[in-house]
Design a protein around this ligand. Structure first.
Ligand code: GAL
Length: 384
């Protein structure tokens, strides 16, 4: 073989190796201004293979999502200098997620938040669910949608990349009626949005309330608490709770209270105020009634972190949003062994109101046989 042929073969080999390498090929795609995705094995659970998908948009924003629980394990977005950092709490490996009890980054189903005493009536039948939170049912039960393996498939879209996750939940799984087919599509758009489209169908009337439980820290450093994040919430009312964090049924006007985020305020500015509701939640752990017409996309919240300049907007079609300020985090080790401290992440969980199946006056969470459940939420990132 001539020297020239050798050199040519070597070049071809190097180019192919470069393209096959997930990190380098996504960097190449970003340099060329195109979105891309890749897939890796991430261990096994219940004899099922868990995969990790990496979605990268054309600006280099990157989301890593695993098929166990549909968990967003990392989300890298730029600060005002263009420096990327991971803005979600999590663990380094599957083991961490298997032992997690804080729902870090996970999809929540069949029912986000609490159902009082794990009981509800539908069409005259009383259903009994697991009571996995004191006397109440929380986040879908003992083995909710955060603890099952979903089927995943990634693809490019007109303006980004998406991961489609499917899960078939059996009739009476965790006590809920109906065989439910759930689909969640995560789309990372070239406008730096992580868009989540939830849909489901059932073969028997049931209740459903899907959400996403990412803990954000826009500083990108889990050792910083989230108290200096500035928050605006498009809500004039919230649903006060009892000692078990179950809504009392009241839709309380929040003007002038520590729950008033109609004007931007630091999360920490009133979090320890003398307030019965804050005491019950050990901080914020409440559902806000998002203003505007439910079922239509409208802005629910804006979060701004001054040091990094990072901004996150939340848009949703849902009637409510849970503001949870990580009050139950206790310092368990997370990524790189760093402790997940009290209030080191905040969640903005778009949802129907907690315990709606027992509150006929709340927007309904009943999904009828043959109907399709559909909701959309967008987390949009920018900087200023
Ligand atoms: C939130 C809920 C909190 C807590 C948390 C998980 O959605 O409102 O009370 O249960 O999840 O630790």
């Amino acid at each position: 073989m001539t020297l020239r042929l050798h050199a040519a073969l070597l070049t071809i080999f190097l180019v192919l190796a470069l393209l096959a390498h997930p990190v380098l090929s996504s960097a190449l795609n970003v340099a060329q201004g195109v979105a891309s995705f890749s897939r890796e094995d991430f261990g096994q659970v219940d004899g099922k293979k868990v995969e990790r998908f990496t979605l990268t948009n054309r600006n280099g924003v990157e989301a890593k999502i695993i098929t166990y629980g549909g968990i967003v394990v990392s989300l890298k977005v730029p600060d005002r200098q263009g420096k990327f950092a991971d803005v979600v709490l999590g663990y380094d490996d599957l083991e961490g997620y298997l032992h997690d009890d804080a729902y870090l980054g996970a999809l929540i189903g069949r029912y986000g938040n609490r159902i009082a005493k794990g009981r509800f009536k539908l069409n005259g039948t009383e259903y009994k669910l697991a009571t996995n939170n004191g006397e109440n049912h929380l986040h879908g039960g003992v083995k909710g949608f955060d603890k099952v393996v979903w089927n995943g498939a990634a693809a490019k879209t007109a303006n980004g990349v998406k991961l489609t996750l499917n899960y078939a939940s059996r009739d009476m799984e965790e006590g809920y009626p109906g065989n439910l087919l759930a689909t969640v599509i995560y789309t990372l758009t070239n406008n730096n949005e992580l868009k989540i489209d939830y849909s489901a169908t059932t073969d028997k009337d049931t209740v459903i309330n899907l959400t996403q439980h990412s803990y954000f820290n826009l500083t990108g450093e889990v050792q910083n608490d989230i108290l200096k994040h500035q928050l605006t919430i498009n809500a004039t009312r919230f649903t006060p709770v009892d000692a078990g964090l179950i809504p009392t049924g009241e839709l309380r006007v929040l003007k002038g209270t520590p729950f008033d985020f109609l004007q931007p305020a630091l999360i920490g500015s009133r979090i320890d105020a003398e307030d019965e509701q804050l005491k019950l939640g050990r901080g914020y752990d409440h559902n806000f009634v998002i203003d505007g017409r439910r079922g239509t996309m409208r802005k629910a919240a804006t979060v701004f972190e001054e040091n990094s300049g990072r901004v996150m907007e939340v848009w949703t079609s849902e009637p409510g949003m849970q503001l949870y300020t990580g009050n139950f985090l206790t310092g368990k080790p997370g990524k790189s062994g760093k402790p997940l401290q009290f209030r080191s992440g905040f969640c903005l969980e778009t949802q129907h109101y907690p315990d709606s199946p027992n509150h006929p006056e709340f927007p309904t969470t009943v999904l009828r046989k043959g109907a399709r459940y559909r909701t959309t939420t967008v987390y949009k990132f920018s900087s200023r």
